[in-house]
Design a protein around this ligand. Structure first.
Ligand code: GAP
Length: 514
């Protein structure tokens, strides 16, 4: 099965098991907008809790806020979003389809990378154990040619984007003979800039209405509250402000399910620091955030840093933490050294002094900022795509299992009486459920055979199933079944809480983060 086919199956699975639905589905959906179902919302909340606690509980100098989505329109002028939050778009004249010029070029680079991967696979098969991948890539003529092409195209694209040279961007598409995936032709328009912010109006009459924007990032809500939090919280630099909330972007190339949405959620933290220390803090936050991801145990090899060739209008250093999604390594989180661009501009545009008096040096300055910014939905996709598995079992059957990191699993334990028409078993199962439900999200399930019930729980990623049988009534023990190994063991009912807790506890996960 190709990764693309697997991805389609995952999308269907998310719908079938109540994780993610297309928005407004009974009206045929709304492009790139999704709703979270009963399982999806639990997973999403667990991810948010893991991030929130890691930021605010583990760092005495980081506090959280929850700012409004509607903000004064001048904020978006000060932040540069009105003038610079644009995507370079190009249309194919035959299919009438619109694309992001940079994404077309990135896809072209992706195809060259695929070619290199295929040549490496062929080499592996041909040379067996004696195969040296590094040497092969360095010496194989196809790999040399494709790598050189990748380097050339990347450089041209970075130069064009940095210089905001739309004609140069178009020329790369022409020179690389990139065709429209729909019409297959190279009949392209000019490249134009397109602002990504959604606008609406505030006020009861059209004449009195003010155009306001739906925030395209949560970060600005933090910047404009910097003084409030610093003063009321008596915060001393360095300190951070964290926020989780919705953001909106009129993405033209909205695709790959919840990877690129028009309404999505961000978890952002702005860390306010002394000017000149930003690159040290940038390095520290890179390390800190990668450790947060790796602690989930989804495979260290599935993460990599990608330093930006083109810096955003506010940054003097930036990197992405990329994750290996089914469609390749893509950005999961951004870490940006934002200088004093935002606070400085808000000072200018609002006319309010936004400074910090540093008692250690006896001087005032506008703080610099290092930001960490991760999309909740992208994190959901990373977890789901990494955990989806189709397994062949020894008895000839197969199962679909979501091996979601246990602390993030929507349901932590399913409690099942062996038979639904035996009142004693049902009562004991209900009692166990009543004891566990204060600590964990539990499901009670009495329908169908035990095997079918296990499969249902595997499909939503429940780490533990607990079965109550006739012996339980006599010996006070139950069978606990582990999701990933499918191992079953007999344990005392009073030990259940600690056995489950060891694996699913968010606190234990947080303890891994030093
Ligand atoms: N405040 C900085 C900022 O917003 P960004 O790189 O544009 O930076 C940060 O976005 C993160 O938000 C991304 O790494 C990604 O996880 C998520 N994100 C951005 N656009 C998104 C979209 N259209 N759909 C889903 N997630 C998105």
């Amino acid at each position: 099965m190709t990764q693309e086919e697997l991805f389609k199956i995952l999308v269907a699975h998310c719908k079938e098991y109540g994780f993610i639905f297309p928005s407004s589905e009974i009206y045929d959906g709304l492009g790139a907008v999704y709703d979270y179902g009963q399982m999806g919302v639990e997973l999403k909340n667990n991810i948010k809790m893991y991030w929130w606690e890691a930021m605010t509980r583990l760092h005495e100098n980081i506090v959280g806020i929850d700012s409004a989505i509607f903000m004064h329109p001048k904020i978006w002028e000060a932040s540069g979003h009105v003038s610079a939050f644009n995507d370079p778009l190009i249309d194919n004249k035959d299919s009438k389809k619109r694309y992001r010029a940079d994404v077309l070029i990135e896809d072209y680079i992706g195809k060259l990378e695929d070619k290199i991967r295929k040549d490496v696979e062929k080499g592996k098969k041909k040379f067996g154990d004696a195969f040296d991948e590094e040497k092969f890539i360095e010496t194989n003529p196809n790999c040399i040619r494709n790598n050189a092409k990748i380097a050339e195209v990347k450089k041209r694209m970075a130069d064009a984007l940095n210089a905001n040279d739309l004609e140069a961007l178009r020329q790369i598409i022409i020179d690389c003979e990139i065709v429209c995936p729909i019409s297959g032709t190279k009949n392209w328009t000019e490249v134009r800039q397109f602002n990504l912010m959604f606008s609406t109006s505030m006020g009861s009459t059209a004449e009195g209405a003010n155009t306001i924007y739906l925030r395209p990032e949560t970060a600005q809500g933090i910047f404009v509250n910097y003084l409030n939090v610093q003063k009321t919280g008596r915060m001393k630099i360095p300190f951070g402000i964290a926020q989780i909330g919705k953001a909106f972007r009129n993405e033209i190339v909205a695709r790959q399910f919840i990877f690129r949405m028009r309404e999505f959620e961000q978890m952002e933290m702005q860390f306010f620091i002394k000017p000149g220390t930003e690159l040290d803090w940038f390095a520290k936050w890179k390390e800190n955030r990668l450790a947060w991801h790796k602690a989930l145990g989804m495979g260290d090899e599935n993460y990599r840093f990608h330093d930006h060739d083109k810096l955003a209008h506010y940054a003097n250093a930036a990197t992405d933490i990329e994750f290996r999604f089914p469609f390749g390594f893509k950005e999961l989180e951004g870490i940006h050294s934002r200088t004093n661009f935002d606070l400085g501009n808000h000072q200018k545009f609002s006319g309010k002094k936004i400074e910090y008096f540093d008692p250690e040096i006896g001087e005032s300055y506008t703080p610099y900022v290092v930001e960490t910014s991760i999309g909740v939905d992208r994190m959901v996709l990373a977890v789901l795509s990494n955990s989806y598995k189709e397994e062949q079992l020894e008895n000839g059957e197969s199962r679909v299992v979501l091996s979601i990191p246990a602390p993030l699993a929507p349901v932590k334990v399913a409690v099942m009486p062996l038979l639904k028409n035996n009142q004693e078993l049902v009562d004991l199962a209900q009692k166990i459920m009543d004891d566990l439900k204060y600590d964990y999200n539990c499901q009670y399930d009495e329908k169908d055979s035990i095997g079918k019930r296990y499969r249902r729980q595997d499909a939503i990623g429940t780490p533990f199933c607990v079965t109550v049988d006739h012996d339980s009534l006599e010996d006070g023990c139950v069978t606990i079944r582990h999701r990933d190994s499918m191992a079953q063991e007999r344990v005392k009912i009073e030990d259940l809480n600690s056995i489950i807790g060891k694996e699913v506890s968010l606190n234990n996960l947080l303890r891994k983060l030093k």
